[in-house]
Ligand binder design. Structure first.
Ligand code: HEM
Ligand SMILES: *[C@@H]1O[C@H](CO)[C@@H](O)[C@H](O)[C@H]1NC(C)=O
Ligand SMILES: *[C@@H]1O[C@H](CO)[C@@H](O)[C@H](O)[C@H]1NC(C)=O
Ligand SMILES: CC(=O)N[C@H]1CO[C@H](CO)[C@@H](O)[C@@H]1O
Length: 321
């Protein structure tokens, strides 16, 4: 008798979990136009600002690596509580206004239905395709988290070794090859000088530039970065095709033209160099891996089913009833 109850409970549990998983087309019946609405907004923005792709890719990464892909990165700080977006590495994340615009349109079409976490995921996917990257179907059904603490933000820094950086990815269930693939997102976007200028003239106290950086590139970057003392200029992470989601980032690092130290190390470390070379030579191989790694990243520690909530305003947790 007790055994039967247990079996029933286990079956219920399995069914419950199955219905509470991410699915491609999660909003097919509850908000059929959801993905179209988001795509429209991304297209509009992209038409006047191609840098939105980089902004969204970085936002998605930072969201998923802190408390999972639960839109905790979108929560605004309050006078008494500092949220993730105000932690060091997140200060330069951009694109919050695009998420707000999408949320507003979605609330008008289907109130309290589409999560902010799914908006980040879908908008990033759409921006990647607009930038020449591969289109792909991404599962949805994420729910929004209730917590955002600046103290939870623990992201890898740009001067880590490959094995140090990998600790962060392994902790999220990602493989070394997936880390190499996801860093391919540095095929678009910019870095402030403050994240790499230690490489340009007095690398590790040597009085010389980082020997792993192309000398002409180091000299050129030094001119840009050294120009003004109290501003922090930016340069493209991919000096080849700076606005295209392609494999040129890898080719650039093979030619010692990686901007961040970690980017350059990918091409030099014995554990990652072979994959970097193969991505540099094979755009299709990179694109296929990128799709798989992006989908996997988008599933990190997601909230599903009845967990969390569907925020009405992506910047604030819903008022408690
Ligand atoms: C070891 C891992 C990583 C490190 C150390 C790292 C570090 C950085 C740094 C220092 C910047 C410059 C930020 C600034 O100056 O404002 C940056 C920019 C960027 N990162 Fe990463 N990153 C990593 C992984 C990733 C991943 C996994 C993605 C996405 C899948 C990503 C996407 C981007 C993009 C697109 C930009 C440009 C942002 C913009 O132009 O606004 N990064 N990253
Ligand atoms: C939603 O529709 C798409 C396209 O017809 C289909 O591929 C997907 O499986 C559907 N998803 C759900 C959960 O109904
Ligand atoms: C790889 O990068 C180098 C250095 O910028 C460039 O000269 C070369 O044309 C690139 N190769 C490909 C296949 O894009
Ligand atoms: C890499 C980096 O900038 N890390 C910082 C992230 O934010 C925390 C909290 O503000 C800092 O303590 C880290 O140094």
């Amino acid at each position: 008798m007790e055994k039967n109850i247990l079996v029933v409970l286990v079956i219920c549990c399995i069914l419950g979990l199955a219905s509470a998983q991410l699915k491609v087309g999660f909003y097919n019946s509850t908000c059929p136009r959801a993905e179209l609405i988001i795509r429209g907004i991304v297209q509009q923005r992209f038409a006047r600002d191609r840098s939105i792709t980089a902004a969204l890719l970085r936002m998605h990464f930072h969201d998923c690596f802190v408390r999972g892909c639960d839109a905790s990165i979108l929560i605004d700080s309050t006078p008494s509580k500092s949220s993730e977006k105000d932690a060091g590495p997140n200060l330069t994340v951009r694109g919050y206004d695009l998420i707000d615009a999408a949320k507003k349109a979605l609330e008008a079409a289907c109130p309290s239905t589409v999560s902010c976490a799914d908006i980040i995921t879908i908008a990033t996917r759409d921006a990647v395709a607009l930038s020449g990257g591969p289109p792909y179907a991404v599962p949805t059904g994420r729910r929004d988290g209730l917590i955002s603490n600046s103290d939870d933000v623990n992201l890898p820094g740009p001067s880590l070794s490959v094995s140090q950086a990998f600790q962060f990815f392994r902790a999220k269930g990602m493989t070394l090859n997936e880390m190499v693939t996801l860093l391919g997102a540095h095929t678009v976007g910019v870095s402030h000088c403050s994240f790499f200028e230690d490489r340009l003239s007095n690398f590790q106290g040597s009085g010389k530039p980082d020997p792993t950086m192309d000398r002409a590139l180091a000299a050129r970057l030094l001119k840009i970065c050294g120009a003004a003392s109290n501003t922090d200029p930016t340069v493209f992470l991919d000096q080849g095709t700076s606005f295209v989601v392609d494999n040129q980032f890898y080719n650039q690092t093979v030619f010692r033209r990686g901007i961040l130290q970690i980017d350059q190390e990918l091409a030099l470390d014995r554990s990652t160099a072979p994959l970097v070379k193969s991505f540099a030579a094979n755009k299709v191989a990179f694109q296929q891996s990128f799709v798989n790694a992006m989908i996997k990243m988008s599933k990190i520690q997601v909230l599903v089913g009845k967990a969390g909530e569907i925020r009405k305003n992506c910047r604030v947790v819903n008022p408690r009833k």
